[in-house]
Write a protein that binds this ligand. Structure first.
Ligand code: FES
Length: 69
């Protein structure tokens, strides 16, 4: 698995199918990439809705790669 920390922005995950469970709610999204909020200001958590630009969120970019299962 590869996570990209976008400079001053969200965490992007690449894949094919994402199953997201939040409390009792479960959602499946089939898409090549999702962006997760890390600024805390999104109105659509856990997803990034672009609000990080309005709130001036600042954080370095980077990559986290997880090897194995
Ligand atoms: S990182 Fe984009 S809205 Fe929070």
């Amino acid at each position: 698995m590869r996570l990209e920390f976008v400079e001053n922005g969200p965490i992007r995950l690449e894949g094919k199918r994402f199953r997201i469970r939040l409390g009792e709610k479960e959602e499946v999204r089939e898409r090549p990439r999702i962006s997760l909020c890390r600024c805390g200001a999104s109105a659509n958590k856990p997803f990034c809705d672009g609000t990080h630009k309005q709130v001036g969120f600042q954080a370095p970019g980077g990559v986290l790669e997880v090897e194995g299962d």
